[in-house]
Design a protein around this ligand. Structure first.
Ligand code: ZN
Length: 231
């Protein structure tokens, strides 16, 4: 399976990720939410997920585009993006986003955007220490999370940095469309369910085009510039 997250309407990054997913002959793709918000192609990104039968959960930016009250805590750039995005979304895509669940449990994995206990509160897991309090809120060996845009493997034993069978993990796969770990390249996860092998995929993509589209769409230019630094 492939696990993608935080696409943020970045079609260039999403298409590149799908190229890699096709090349690696992945059976199923799960999306951890934040399909839209920040980037210039919200409708196109939803369409790409739909056409490939991707199973997705809802992220806070998806929710905010449907209900602007969710954006009350957003900074001014995120809020400007969510207001722009809400105006772009087609009725069909609004309905699609409205029907996304907060949690999926499938393939012996739990998938959430933020945290497994109360995913609708949009809290962050950014360290192994943060992760410890959440292991009791899911029953599968692995819970896949997004939201922070920073990848990380957090083991229940607080020692293991590689995914190994018999242990339990919370894994953040990083972000497709707006990484914040100082590396501008797209990031996602591939997990082999038979061999229990986790691969963190990182790849270059046409970031210049994604940035240009943001500026041309009238979104805050800062949202384009930050793609170049991965912050
Ligand atoms: Zn996000």
């Amino acid at each position: 399976i492939a696990i993608i997250s935080d696409i943020h309407a970045n079609l260039e990054a999403l298409e590149k990720a799908f190229e890699i997913i096709d090349y690696k002959k992945i059976d199923r793709v799960y999306c951890l939410g934040d399909i839209i918000g920040y980037g210039a192609n919200p409708n196109e990104c939803v369409a790409a997920l739909l056409s490939r039968g991707v199973s997705s959960i809802i992220g806070n930016h998806d929710k905010a585009a449907l209900d602007l009250r969710v954006a009350a805590q957003f900074n001014r750039y995120a809020r400007a993006a969510v207001e722009w995005t809400a105006k772009q979304l087609t009725q069909a895509n609004i309905e699609y986003l409205s029907n996304l669940p907060y949690t999926i449990v499938a393939d012996d994995c739990t998938f959430v955007h933020a945290t497994p206990d109360k995913p609708e509160e949009w809290n962050y897991i950014v360290s192994e220490y943060d992760a410890q309090e959440f292991f009791e809120f899911f029953t599968t060996p692995i819970c896949w999370v997004g939201h922070s845009h920073v990848s990380g493997v957090f083991c229940e034993d607080m020692k293991s940095v590689e995914v190994e069978k018999g242990k339990r993990y919370i894994v953040n796969v990083g972000s497709i469309g707006q990484p914040r770990n100082g590396d501008w390249r797209l990031s996602f996860g591939i997990f082999d369910l038979d061999e229990w092998r986790y691969e963190h995929v990182v790849s270059e993509y046409n970031v210049a085009l994604a940035r240009k589209k943001i500026v041309e769409a009238g979104l805050p230019p800062y949202l384009g510039d930050r793609l170049l630094s991965g912050m």
